[in-house]
Design a protein around this ligand. Structure first.
Ligand code: NG1
Ligand code: ZN
Length: 531
């Protein structure tokens, strides 16, 4: 068949190094950029097949998020902007690892297994981050799409969540918004302006925010958007990529894991700051107190702020909608305790990786999901959106419930429901703080985090560790969980777990306890038990 001849010809320009095996992990394929050319070409093929199968537009994002500049990666985006299904991750791994001579056989095998009608047209949206390797690698994706006869649209430099948004808009015939950057900024900024319009509690001082762009794509996009915020939010942008290296000593992952401010940001005591990661799908907040002490407001604190706000609005609106917060094992124990016992909301714990959280959040009318590292969003069910919409137009509703309904409706519009989005989350958080007239210190004081520590351990084969109970307990190797249990018993208010990373060749160790010394010691002791 002619289409396979073209694949054959083009793939020789993107040859696979013999013996190289890579897995579709927590966030797609991710490794040093020099090993990824063939993967990109093949993910172009894969996206084309997925598009034919779903009869919808599929996205391919070239990024390695918070990883160092030298790395890169690729992730497929399904029609509604969500991650591809586990079965297709498995096919992607098969296609990625087929040796050069076996590529066509592997491709035809997938076509057969998934019963794809090859005459169906295919559409693929492609985006990339600011890494130096991204231009070349996204071209390889485009080559893959073209070689199978698919149509592609290259969005060029976009954040990961912007590409998710484009895919969702395209596949809902504009119901979610317009599939352009212009459409994205207009939708979010208009909702933000509506939300903050009557925020009489907000002083001008409070309208200022420092943003650490991690020297990545998020910084470029904040610059593009800024003027539309009409001074309702004044942003001082740091680490905008003009000098520093991507994610180096800055960005959300650095701040969260190192528990310290990024370099390159001038922070005055009490000032509200936030950091994005390298593809702007994560955000964490922080400030320095008058003694110069660093305070972090991570994904757990963000989830608490947002769910408190939504719960209050539901009460004011008199809407009976079921709200839940979805977390992972990395959520600080204090946050879970606060949400369950003080706020009395349903809390679910899933495995690491947004696809798991997203899935769990879909089971509720309103599902707020955040990883502790700041990756998260809010999902509204169709019923929830309809009830909110109806209430905004209900002529019999009283002023309080109508105001609450309008705020809920603008929250629906400001949040990017397709995936965690640093820019969209930032706008929602800023709007909530403005509406509540709340300072970053007051937000921080909602509950006190338990001191914690995250460590990475290099082992010869991280896959020997297998876990259960949303990764909170190790089932293999034998004896490891017992060892962790007895170490945890030596510390007060302690909890610890280990799991193999899905994005790096390491085992991650997490520990929390009553004091920082205790959390540090426990993390260290558990690392030794893993080793
Ligand atoms: P791994 O490497 O599987 O721990 C990390 C993050 C995830 C998720 C992915 C994708 C932690 C502990 N893990 O996964 O939450 O964000 O990267 O970027 O932060
Ligand atoms: Zn990211």
């Amino acid at each position: 068949m002619a289409q396979f001849q073209e694949v054959s010809k083009q793939s020789s320009q993107h040859p696979k190094p013999v013996g190289l095996v890579l897995q579709y992990g927590t966030a797609g394929f991710r490794t040093n950029a020099k090993h990824l050319d063939h993967i990109m070409f093949r993910m172009g093929l894969m996206a084309t097949l997925r598009s034919k199968k779903t009869k919808a537009t599929i996205g391919v994002m070239v990024t390695a998020s918070h990883n160092p500049e030298e790395d890169n990666g690729v992730k497929l985006i399904d029609p509604m902007g969500e991650m591809v299904t586990p079965m297709w991750e498995c096919y992607a791994t098969q296609l990625a690892n087929a040796e050069q001579d076996d590529l066509l056989t592997a491709l035809k095998d997938i076509i057969e297994k998934t019963a794809i009608d090859m005459s169906q047209e295919a559409n693929v949206f492609v985006g990339k981050d600011t890494r130096s390797s991204s231009a070349r690698l996204s071209q390889a994706v485009l080559d893959g799409v073209t070689s199978l006869g698919g149509h592609s649209k290259d969005y060029g430099l976009v954040t990961t969540p912007q590409l998710h948004y484009m895919v969702c808009c395209q596949n809902t015939q504009g119901k979610y918004g317009e599939a352009t950057l212009e459409g994205y900024y207009n939708k979010l900024c208009q909702a933000f302006i509506q939300l903050t319009r009557n925020a009489s509690n907000c002083t001008d001082d409070q309208k200022h925010l420092c943003v650490d762009g991690a020297n990545g794509i998020g910084a470029l996009k904040v610059r593009e958007m800024e003027s539309r915020l009409k001074n309702e939010l004044q942003i001082s942008l740091f680490n905008d990529g003009s000098k520093g290296k991507l994610n180096h000593q800055c960005g959300a992952d650095f701040v969260k894991v190192q528990q310290k401010p990024p370099t390159g940001v001038v922070i005055n005591p009490g000032e509200r700051c936030c950091s994005f990661d390298g593809d702007a799908d994560r955000i964490v907040y922080y400030y320095l107190d008058s003694e110069g002490q660093f305070h972090m407001l991570d994904g757990d604190k963000i989830a608490t702020l947002i769910s408190t706000f939504l719960k209050e609005l539901l009460t004011q609106a008199g809407l009976d909608l079921k709200i839940a917060v979805v977390q992972t094992a990395y959520a600080n124990g204090s946050s879970t305790h606060y949400l369950e016992n003080k706020m009395k909301v349903i809390v679910r714990c899933t495995k690491t990786g947004v696809k798991h959280l997203h899935h769990a959040a879909q089971e509720f009318d309103i599902g707020v999901y955040f990883e502790a590292n700041g990756h998260g969003t809010v999902l509204f069910s169709k019923t929830a959106e309809e009830k909110i919409q109806q209430l905004t137009q209900d002529t019999n509703a009283n002023d309080e419930s109508k105001r609450a309904a309008l705020l809920l409706q603008n929250t629906v519009n400001v949040i990017n429901q397709t995936v965690g989005d640093a820019i969209s989350d930032m706008l929602l958080i800023e709007a909530i703080l403005a509406i509540k007239g709340m300072t970053v210190q007051q937000w921080d004081a909602i509950y006190r985090d338990l001191p914690n520590r995250q460590l990475k351990v290099k082992v010869s084969d991280r896959r020997v560790i297998d876990t259960t109970d949303a990764e909170r307990r190790a089932v293999s190797p034998e004896g490891l969980q017992e060892a962790i249990d007895s170490l945890v018993k030596k510390h007060k208010q302690a909890r610890s777990f280990v799991r193999p990373s899905g994005t790096e060749d390491v085992v991650r160790v997490y520990a929390e306890a009553e004091t920082q010394e205790s959390a540090d010691a426990l993390a260290h002791e558990v690392s030794l038990a893993v080793y």
